[in-house]
Design a protein around this ligand. Structure first.
Ligand code: SIN
Length: 522
C-alpha cells in the first residue's frame, strides 16, 4: 500500500468534535479525513435540540450532573458527569465567540429549552431546532480561515494501523462510489472523531454514512470497546417512510406537545409521572408498544404551537411539508429510531483509548457520561469537552514545530466498491433483532446473520468495520442479562439488583461469543 508520512495530527471525522479539536490544536498542523464536503453528512449538523448547560440562575452543574446520572440508569461515571457539566457554560460562551447565533431573549439572555429528564430548562438552542447546523456552520467558517487545518474532503478511513501497541497510521481511500485503492497516512497522533453507529439500523435518524465504521475500525485494530450494547432510540423520529427518518425534536415536547395514538388517547400520562418528558428510553418504549399494537402514535403540537411551529421549529416544519403534513392541522406520525450510540471506543478522562497514540472524542467514544441512556443534548456538549481535552493532550505530545507541508494525496484505482445489498441486510437485522426489544434467541440469530454477511463480503474493509460494531452491539446485548436504560431484554425485564456496571469488551471477545452463537440452532 502506498504510504504518506506527515507531521500533521490525523483527525478522522468532520463533525463537531473533529472541527473543535482541529481549532483547539491550532497552530499545530492537522489533517482532517472528511468523507464529504465539510458540514455535509455529519450527525452533529443534524442535531436539532442544542447544547445542555446549567445557565438558569436557579440551576447548577450539580443539578445537571444529577439529571445525567438519573437518566443514565445507574451506569454513568460520576467523575465524568461532574467534569462535563462543570465546564458546560464555558463552551456555550466559546461557541458564541466563534459566531454561533444562539437564540436570545430581548434582554440578551440565552433562550433555554426544556427536554426530557432535565429538571430545568437547560438546552441552549438556535432558531428553535437548528442548533447543530448553525454551530457547525460557525466552526466550519473558522476552520476554513485557520491555516494549520488541512481538510481532505471526499476521503474516508478504512483501517487503523497499530505497531508495537501504538497507532501509527490510518488507511484512507477516496469516498466516492468508485472507491480508490487505499493509501496509508502516518502521523504523530491520531484522533478518532468520526461519529456513532445509528445508521447500522434500518430505522435511524443518523446521516447515511454514520454506520459504526470508526468504532469498528478501532475495534478491529484491538481497541477496547465499552457499553457497546447501549444504543439510544429517539422516541419521535417521524414515521413517514424516509431513510434516514427526520426527527421531531424533543424540544417540542418541552414546549408542551403531547403524544396521542390513533384513538386520540394521550398514553404517556399512565406510564410515567413526567408523561411526555419522561426519560427518553421510557418514552421510546411506550411509543414502540403503540406501534406494535397498531395504534399509530403521533406527536400533537397543534394546541401548544399551532401555526407557530412553522416559524419556531423550521426544520421540523420543513420535514412535515415535504411529507404533506401540516402540523398545525394534523399530528405528526412518529416511531422510535436508532439515534445515538452511548457505547463506543473506551476512553479515559484524558480522551485516550486503550491503544497508545490514539485519542477519541464525540459519539465514537464511550467516556462513561451517558450510561445506558443519554440525557438529551449532552451529546454535543460531550463532543466539545472531550475535543478540547484531546487537543490539549495531543498538543503536549507534539514537538514545538508549528508548520508542516500539506498532505499531497493522489488516489489510484483498485478499491473495493460498496456492498449495498449486504449493508441493507445488516441494517434490517439490527433493527429486527438487536433493536428496541431484544431477547436471547433474536440476538443469537443476529450474530449468525452478521457472521454470514461478513464471510460473504470479507474483502470490503468498510463493511468489516460495520460488522465489527454490529457484532459488538449484539454480543454485548447478549451477555447483559438485564434490562437497563435503552437496553431492553424481554427475557430479562428487570435491572440486576445493585449498582449498574459498565461493560467492556474487545472485538476478540465479541467474536468468541459470536462463534459460540453460530454453533447454536435457533
Ligand atoms: C432532539 O432534539 O430531540 C435530539 C437532541 C439530542 O439527541 O440530544
Amino acid at each position: 500500500m502506498k504510504t504518506i508520512t506527515t507531521d500533521r495530527v490525523i483527525i478522522v471525522g468532520a463533525g463537531l468534535g473533529a472541527l473543535y479539536a482541529a481549532l483547539k490544536l491550532a497552530p499545530h498542523p492537522v489533517v482532517m479525513i472528511s468523507p464529504e464536503v465539510l458540514g455535509e453528512g455529519a450527525s452533529s449538523a443534524w442535531a436539532q435540540g442544542g447544547v445542555a448547560a446549567a445557565m438558569d440562575a436557579d440551576d447548577s452543574p450539580e443539578n445537571h450532573a444529577h439529571d445525567t446520572m438519573n437518566a443514565g440508569a445507574g451506569t454513568v461515571d460520576p467523575k465524568v458527569a461532574d467534569l462535563v457539566t462543570r465546564e458546560a457554560l464555558d463552551y456555550i460562551l466559546d461557541l458564541t465567540t466563534m459566531g454561533t447565533p444562539f437564540d436570545r431573549t430581548d434582554d440578551s439572555r440565552y433562550v433555554l429549552s426544556r427536554e426530557a429528564a432535565h429538571s430545568f430548562a437547560r438546552v441552549v438552542r438556535v432558531k428553535g431546532d437548528q442548533a447543530g447546523d448553525r454551530i457547525m456552520a460557525a466552526l466550519i467558517e473558522q476552520v476554513r480561515e485557520t491555516p494549520s487545518v488541512q481538510v481532505l474532503e471526499g476521503t474516508m478511513a478504512l483501517d487503523l494501523d497499530v505497531q508495537g501497541g501504538r497507532a501509527t497510521g490510518v488507511a484512507i481511500q477516496d469516498a466516492s462510489e468508485e472507491r480508490s485503492a487505499p493509501v496509508m497516512l502516518r502521523g504523530p497522533a491520531i484522533l478518532l472523531a468520526g461519529g456513532g453507529s445509528g445508521g447500522l439500523y434500518a430505522l435511524t435518524t443518523n446521516p447515511p454514512r454514520i454506520r459504526g465504521q470508526v468504532i469498528g475500525m478501532a475495534a478491529r485494530a484491538g481497541a477496547l470497546i465499552a457499553d457497546a450494547e447501549f444504543v439510544q432510540f429517539h422516541p419521535t423520529a417521524m414515521d413517514v417512510g424516509e431513510d434516514p427518518a427526520p426527527l421531531a425534536t424533543e424540544a417540542l415536547r418541552g414546549e408542551g406537545a403531547i403524544l396521542v395514538n390513533k384513538h386520540g388517547t394521550r398514553f404517556m400520562q399512565a406510564i410515567h409521572p413526567d408523561a411526555e418528558l419522561a426519560p427518553r428510553d421510557v418514552v421510546a418504549r411506550a411509543i414502540f408498544a403503540e406501534v406494535k399494537a397498531g395504534n399509530r402514535p403521533m406527536l400533537d403540537t397543534r394546541e401548544v404551537l399551532g401555526e407557530a411551529i412553522k416559524t419556531q421549529f423550521q426544520s421540523v416544519a420543513a420535514y412535515c411539508a415535504r411529507n404533506g403534513i401540516d402540523p398545525a392541522i394534523d399530528p405528526i406520525p412518529v416511531a422510535p429510531a436508532a439515534h445515538y450510540h452511548m457505547g463506543g471506543i473506551a476512553t479515559n478522562t484524558n480522551g485516550r483509548a486503550s491503544i497508545n497514540g490514539l485519542w477519541v472524542c464525540g459519539e465514537a467514544s464511550s467516556t462513561g457520561l451517558h450510561g445506558a441512556n443519554r440525557l438529551a443534548s449532552n451529546g454535543l456538549l460531550e463532543a466539545l469537552v472531550y475535543a478540547r481535552i484531546c487537543a490539549e493532550g495531543i498538543g503536549q505530545t507534539l514537538p514545538t514545530q508549528k508548520q508542516a507541508p500539506l498532505v499531497e494525496l493522489t488516489f489510484e484505482e483498485g478499491g473495493i466498491p460498496p456492498v449495498p445489498e449486504a449493508v441493507k441486510k445488516l441494517r434490517e437485522t439490527m433493527t429486527q433483532l438487536v433493536g428496541m426489544v431484544r431477547d436471547r434467541r433474536g440476538l443469537i440469530r443476529a450474530l449468525q446473520i452478521i457472521a454470514l454477511l461478513e464471510e460473504a463480503n470479507g474483502d470490503s474493509p468498510s463493511f468489516l468495520n460495520m460488522c465489527a460494531t454490529a457484532t459488538l452491539i449484539a454480543a454485548g446485548a447478549l451477555v447483559r442479562k438485564e434490562s437497563r436504560g435503552a437496553h431492553d431484554r424481554s427475557d430479562f425485564p428487570e435491572p440486576v439488583v445493585g449498582p449498574g456496571k459498565r461493560s467492556e469488551m474487545y472485538l476478540s471477545d465479541a467474536l468468541a461469543i459470536r462463534a459460540q452463537a453460530c454453533e447454536e440452532l435457533t
